[in-house]
Design a protein around this ligand. Structure first.
Ligand SMILES: *Cc1c(COP(=O)(O)O)cnc(C)c1O
Length: 394
């Protein structure tokens, strides 16, 4: 058989990530590859670091993209900060909190799980109670934006509670960075990780991380070696670490970093406040249209993420059939439910570059058509008017 070049179809990606990648990012990635110690490339790396600091709103020196997806950013935080025998409080309100537990265990730590209902924010009182019951705990971990359910937790107060009990806080911001207010220094977050393929509208495969002074001290003062050679920050810092001469650690994903650089330039051009406001406005427009159709959000209003809209699948409607028709007839991807929410919800992403009025209208029109064809009990002919009213369209 003769192999030929691969040409993917043009989709509209409105799931939980990857989101639509900006054409500017794709163009940046097609530029010539440089050597990973080329001085021109190194000065671009310095800019990537400064751009990440500006996007995380932090002055943390130890801020850089890990050369692997969001899950590797998560793992970087846990393998570096958890030493064997450490007790870690993990607040779980969805799928990703469960992965944090796995990471704690594999790092030799002892996880203490604080469970919240899926689709709700993390309850600060439950964290407070767990810390009181476990004075030996040294770390707290939680997910800021639970992509599996569409719930947003109030990160600042959770970090304050952790600190009041002498713990460092690890925060998952894979879906929040760029889409919803996030202030690493103001909220005194000790260690944070994100991903490139959600609200930064870059391709998947990189994980921006940032570590504050106390977390950094913990990493450099470890009694035991970090179990992962690749993710050991004591070694990675030699390559990404700032003023000193860069030493080879691994070959950086050069062109992927061009893409991240461009994605972060786009964020700075728009401004974080404007980007957050845009995500909120398009979420409200989508919500108006979905609710006009009679669809229901699963997360209470004040805990909703603007970039990830989880709606209940109406009774009797075939989940896979609807998503299949959207893909086949509209080239539109929306997300299925994950974990305990599989088969119960659809997850509609309005992330980064993809959070725009055109996608709001396209998704509403496509859903209205497809839901009508599968005889779902939804109102027709009203969704676009409702969305247009929010968007201020004439
Ligand atoms: C997507 C996601 C991850 C994992 O990121 P990958 O790039 O898929 O490894 C972790 N946490 C949250 C909250 C996510 O949404």
């Amino acid at each position: 058989m003769a192999f030929r070049s691969f040409h993917p179809p043009q989709r509209v990606l409105m799931g939980p990530g990857p989101s639509d990648v900006s054409p500017r990012v794709l163009a940046a990635m097609a530029r010539p590859t440089l050597g990973h110690l080329d001085p021109v490339f190194i000065s671009m790396m310095d800019e990537v670091k400064a751009l990440l600091q500006a996007t995380f709103l932090t002055a943390n020196e130890l801020t850089m993209p890990v050369s692997a997806p969001g899950s590797a950013g998560m793992e970087t935080c846990f393998v570096n900060l958890v030493e064997p025998g450490d007790t870690v409080i993990v607040c779980q309100n969805g799928v990703f909190g469960g992965r944090m537990k796995e990471n704690v265990e594999r790092s030799g730590g002892i996880p203490v799980m604080v469970q919240d209902d899926w689709g709700r924010a993390v309850d600060p009182q439950k964290l407070e109670d767990a810390l009181t019951a476990h004075p030996e705990a040294s770390l707290v971990a939680f997910v800021h934006a639970e992509t599996s359910t569409g719930a947003q937790s109030d990160a600042g107060p959770l970090v304050r509670i952790a600190h009041a009990h002498g713990c460092l806080a690890i925060v998952d911001a894979v879906t929040s960075l760029g889409g919803t207010p996030l202030r690493v220094d103001d909220w005194e977050i000790d260690a944070i990780y994100s991903g490139t393929q959600k609200c930064l509208s870059c391709t998947p495969g990189l994980s921006p991380v940032s570590f504050g002074a106390k977390a950094r001290e913990k990493v450099t003062g470890r009694k035991s070696k970090v179990q992962s050679w690749f993710l050991d920050l004591n070694l990675v810092m030699g390559y990404w670490g700032g003023a000193t001469k860069r030493a080879y650690h691994h070959t950086a994903p050069i062109n992927a970093l061009y893409g991240l650089h461009e994605a972060l330039v786009i964020v700075q051009e728009e401004g974080l406040d404007a980007a957050w406001a845009r995500h909120q406005r398009n979420h409200l427009a989508l919500r108006a249209g979905l609710e006009a159709m009679g669809l229901r959000f699963v997360v209470p209003e004040r805990e909703r993420l603007p970039q990830l809209n989880a709606i209940a699948i109406p009774d009797g409607v075939d989940d896979a059939a609807v998503r299949g028709l959207l893909l086949a007839d509209y080239s539109l991807e929306i997300g299925a439910g994950l974990g305990a929410m599989a088969g119960k919800v659809w997850r509609i992403g309005l992330m980064g570059h993809g959070s725009n009025p055109r996608n709001v209208r396209y998704c509403l029109a496509a859903l209205e058509d497809v839901l009508g064809r599968v005889k779902a009990p939804v109102a027709r002919g009203v969704a676009l008017d409702a969305a247009n009213a929010v968007l201020g369209a004439a």
